[in-house]
Design a protein around this ligand. Structure first.
Ligand code: DHB
Ligand code: MG
Length: 234
């Protein structure tokens, strides 16, 4: 990690050597990253959010969830270089489809090349623009309901993305939200960080929602101290 990488939040790098080592151990043991995934992960460094992609073992975890859920239609908020998108698309399988929403055209170009190299481009529809607007268009177009949603875009908009996800999913759908611990900042009710408040608001909304069963857990690893919410529609 060089000093020249721009504006990366410090918390993302707060990972002791042991956390890296354990990630390496499990990733080497279990996670088959082929050349296309390795290239996609590395190309994340060229996006507007260097190193924000999920770790390899987390990508495999998302794939496992898609497989366990039997999800065929997957919606992703936040593509970046498409690393998690490839995991989701491969897990959704030959008859699967991933719709992924990305704000930045330059990120989308990187992702598109990665999808082609990974052999999943045919299974992925990427929509470029503000994700809330893209999701609103999916809703107004009457998009077929999704089975699985991964929310991993700009954190202040988490509540808007949850609202859209609830309009775009069927009963039984799984909704996963990334980066909900943020080095422990999530418990600071007075945080002035809009990303923390975006997480806290979506936590409140999920907790209050009569149709959602959810849990959340912390993760440590090469991406620092963070965590995931896993929610399911009744
Ligand atoms: C941030 C966003 C991410 O999706 C991630 O995985 C890590 C960090 C961020 O907004 O800082
Ligand atoms: Mg993330």
């Amino acid at each position: 990690m060089s000093d020249s990488e721009p504006s990366a939040p410090a918390y993302r790098y707060a990972a002791p050597d042991e956390w890296h080592e354990v990630d390496r151990y499990f990733t080497q043991s279990f996670v088959g990253e082929d050349d296309a995934l390795i290239a996609a992960r590395r190309s994340g460094a060229a996006t507007t959010m260097p190193h924000a992609e999920v770790a390899a073992n987390q990508g495999a975890f998302l794939g496992q969830l898609v497989t366990i859920a039997g999800a065929k239609r997957v919606l992703e908020f936040g593509t970046l270089a498409g690393y998690s998108t490839i995991w989701l698309a491969r897990a959704a399988g030959e008859d699967g489809r991933v719709v992924t929403l990305e704000l930045e055209p330059d990120n989308a170009s990187i992702a598109e090349a990665n999808f082609r190299a990974a052999g999943v481009a045919e299974h992925i529809t990427m929509i470029v623009g503000p994700a809330a607007e893209s999701a609103a268009r999916l809703i107004s177009d009457g998009a077929e309901p999704f089975d699985f949603v991964f929310i991993d875009a700009d954190k202040p908009n988490n509540p808007a993305y949850l609202t859209a996800a609830l309009e775009l999913t069927r009963s039984g759908a799984v909704i996963v939200i990334d980066n909900v611990v943020r080095n422990g900042a999530v418990t600071d009710a007075d945080s002035t960080d809009p990303r923390v408040q975006g997480v806290r608001k979506v936590v409140d909304e999920i907790a209050a929602h009569p149709e959602l069963d959810a849990t959340a857990f912390q993760t440590v690893g090469e991406k620092g101290w963070d965590g995931l919410i896993i929610a399911r529609r009744r």
